[in-house]
Design a protein around this ligand. Structure first.
Ligand code: 3H9
Length: 705
């Protein structure tokens, strides 16, 4: 090896057999910090001067090629050298530059590669431009160079969705030149460079490719589709303007246009919300138990109950490489559970998520549906997913306690019930934990890990390890009625019911929340989930309800008629034969009017702003109580729960991030004014009052926790 002196610490330059090797080494993901940008710039300048080096290879050290700009620098003044300039200088090199990709070449990382003259990728590598998911767009030439390589349609698809593609697809889309076997990007880059030298290949600039004429209709139809899909999110729609510039303008002007749109989005609240969501999703794994305990073994799991939830959990566990034994009460039910699991796996095959061979292997070797609890004797962890009833659950836990080996973890899948009470019914409360899965469990990303009073630290970290295997985001929650998510849901749902009784229609409320960015409003969600489930919960709680609580009877009136939502064709909405979207139902409005009359309520109108203020104030106030009580570790845990389990618009960052943006003093003033009508429901949480009065924010608590 010759010329091995470092240019800067995170970027090293060396020469081997006439090939300059530019190594980017900035753990954990080689993000393009100022030091990396400066290092790349210096390395390219050195390569230009280096008489010995005839070609250069840029590669990443460690687990990945460059995974993008350094997101931690966002929101701060940007420091030179700027990435677009560095990439332009790479592209302008007279001698060829090769990018050798492995791991995930994302965002600015892929843009560096697009500025190189050739790209080789390991077969296991992936590429993508995920900027829109962070509220921005590719700002270092990606919107100009990608369409020149892959064509407009693929560029529109990849940039507006942010989706990653594997090496093979990247090759089909002409994003890379060669897919290499092996696990060493440096070696693959060297070998490819040697071939280029033999073939006397020259520098070949993506920016000089003629993108061809614009298909205006294509852009119009993508604008329509993406605007609809984005539900208020700006970046995917603005990204289309940038891609269009690749067809309307010469490269240099297209890059200027891209930069100006990028800078505009960089300054937006949406960018701040999405970056908050990105870091919050990683921060939720930082729990007090993480440093003190190691996870227990987790290879064989048991599931009790093969209904919708149990079979969904089974499929997620199988896909995560676990062996699953599912217990049902009789042979017919076990057979039904097996068919359900098979059906869900088949869906995965149909959607290209799994090969037929893998499905067959999983069903043959990793899955059993049986009736005998003894089959769980060697399980590492058992998840009970039976009916949401304390007596039934306790009975299951008694049987598990008897058959499971010492050290096996016993988990209950519950959305409301007291995990401590279940734990206390066993001889091993330290091994008991709650999991709140969301339906469909093989699809939904959230898992609330409910930690009981006696749950031991290694059981908690095993819960988080399970979530990782199942590709879920785990949020640590304490024991209370509804944990984090459903306790909040209960509060904002009540605020919605109160507005209905006071004069708003369910349809106005749903419309206001869809306009805010939720995929569905709360009444449409109730119809989808089934009104009978909440009805059962209300009946269960009726005996212990505080007499000061305001109770709205509309949902009970619907349930008494057998209108349980979509599955019965009627709920808050009317569903025509087989329809998934309902229509407003005048009979429901008449039922609501009758309820108002009976209570002597004179209806008034609510505009969408008031609807939103009340709904959000109820959610934020309950969330503040949840943080104050330690049910959620930090405000960010509430944000992640609402973002990944309850459809809160990601670009708004979650309710606590949103509250900080609106201003806690404004939220507090709203709560105080609503509390004049109903102090029981609206009295502000102590934490919220404290923070608002001293000018603090929920974000402060995230930092200090
Ligand atoms: C961009 O490139 C803009 C350009 O177009 C224009 C510029 C002018 N920066 O996820 P993990 C941290 S926008 C800083 O747990 P994995 C992360 O916080 C960027 N830090 O690992 C975590 O830290 P900690 C476009 C970053 O293996 C640690 O690395 N790029 C960045 O599951 C490990 O992360 C993206 O959007 C970053 N860019 O997944 C890619 N990325 O340990 C975003 C990660 O302290 N990143 N960190 O919690 C990812 O998608 C995943 O992190 C990745 C690895 C797939 C790379």
């Amino acid at each position: 090896m010759l010329g091995g002196s470092p240019v800067t610490e995170p970027v090293r330059y060396s020469v081997e057999d006439g090939i300059a090797l530019i190594a980017v080494d900035n753990p954990p993901v080689n993000a393009l910090s100022q030091a990396v940008r400066a290092g790349l710039d210096a390395a390219i300048a050195r390569f230009a001067e280096d008489g010995e080096a005839r070609i250069a290879v840029i590669y990443g050290v460690g687990r990945t090629f460059i995974a993008g700009a350094d997101i931690r620098e966002f929101g701060k003044p940007m420091a030179e050298p700027f990435l677009p300039d560095v990439i332009n200088r790479i592209e302008a090199s007279e001698k060829p530059v090769v990018a050798a990709l492995h791991g995930t070449a994302l965002g600015g990382g892929l843009e560096v590669a697009l500025g190189c003259h050739y790209r080789v990728i390991l077969a296991s590598g992936r590429v993508g431009l995920p900027e829109v998911t962070l509220g921005i767009l590719p700002g270092a030439g990606g919107t100009q160079r990608l369409p020149r390589l892959s064509g407009a349609e693929a560029a529109l698809d990849l940039i507006t969705s942010g989706r990653q593609v594997g090496a093979q697809e990247a090759d089909w889309l002409n994003i890379v030149d060669y897919v290499a076997e092996g696990e060493d990007a440096r070696a693959a880059g060297l070998e490819f460079a040697r071939r280029l030298l033999v073939e006397e290949c020259r520098a070949r600039r993506t920016g000089e490719i003629d993108p061809g004429t614009k298909d205006a209709e294509l852009f119009t139809s993508w604008r329509e589709t993406v605007s609809r899909r984005a539900r208020g999110q700006l970046s995917p729609v603005v990204a289309i303007d940038a891609i269009e510039a690749a067809y309307d303008l010469p490269l240099a002007d297209g890059l200027v246009r891209e930069r100006s749109l990028f800078t505009e989005l960089m300054g937006s609240d949406q960018r701040a919300g999405l970056i908050h969501a990105f870091f919050a999703e990683r921060a939720v794994a930082k729990i007090p138990e993480a440093g003190t305990a190691t996870p227990r073994d987790l290879a064989r799991i048991g599931i009790i109950g093969g209904g919708t939830m149990g079979s969904g959990i089974a499929v997620a566990a199988l896909a995560g490489g676990l062996t699953v034994t599912l217990i049902e009460r009789d042979a017919d039910s076990a057979e039904r559970a097996r068919s359900l699991v098979e059906k869900l796996l088949n869906d995965g095959v149909r959607r290209g998520k799994m090969s037929e061979a893998r499905r067959d292997a999983l069903l043959a070797d990793a899955f059993a549906a049986v009736t005998d609890y003894e089959a769980l004797a060697s399980a590492d962890l058992v998840i009970e997913a039976v009916f949401e009833d304390m007596a039934v659950k306790k009975e299951v836990f008694a049987r598990l306690d008897a058959v499971c080996r010492p050290g096996a973890i016993l988990a209950t899948n519950t959305s409301y019930l007291d995990v401590d009470e279940i734990a206390a019914s066993t001889s091993r409360p330290a091994d008991v934990i709650g999991f709140h899965f969301f339906s469909p469990a093989h699809v939904m990303r959230l898992l609330e890990v409910v930690v009981g009073d006696k749950t031991s630290a290694d059981v908690v970290v095993t819960g988080f390890a399970l979530a990782k295997k199942l590709k879920k985001i785990a949020v640590r929650a304490g024991v209370c009625d509804g944990f984090i998510g459903n306790r909040l849901l209960n509060a904002y749902r009540k605020a919605a019911d109160y507005m209905v009784e006071d004069g708003a229609s369910p349809y106005e409320i749903d419309a206001a929340l869809v306009a805010f960015g939720f995929p569905m409003g709360p009444f449409a969600v109730s119809d989808l989930a089934g009104l009978d489930i909440a009805w059962a919960g209300r009946k269960r709680r009726a005996a212990t309800r505080d007499p000061r609580e305001r109770v709205v009877g509309v949902a009970d009136r619907l349930c008494e008629r057998g209108w349980f939502g979509q599955k019965t064709g009627r709920g808050y909405y009317l569903y025509e034969e087989g329809a998934r979207r309902g229509k407003p139902d005048p009979e429901v409005e008449a039922i609501i009017a009758a309820e108002r009359t009976e209570k002597g309520i004179v209806p008034r109108s609510f505009d969408s702003e008031e609807i939103l203020r009340r709904y959000m104030a109820a959610m934020i106030n309950e969330a503040a109580k949840i943080v104050e009580e330690g049910i959620a570790l930090r405000p960010l845990d509430v944000d992640v729960t609402m973002l990944s389990g309850y459809g809160f618009p990601r670009w708004r960052g979650g309710p606590m991030h949103y509250a900080d943006k609106v201003g806690l003093d404004t939220i507090l003033a709203d709560l105080r004014s609503f509390a004049e009508e109903d102090p029981y429901f609206w009295t502000p949480a102590r934490l919220l009052v404290d923070l608002a009065e001293r000018g603090g924010t929920f974000a402060d608590l995230n930092k200090s926790a």
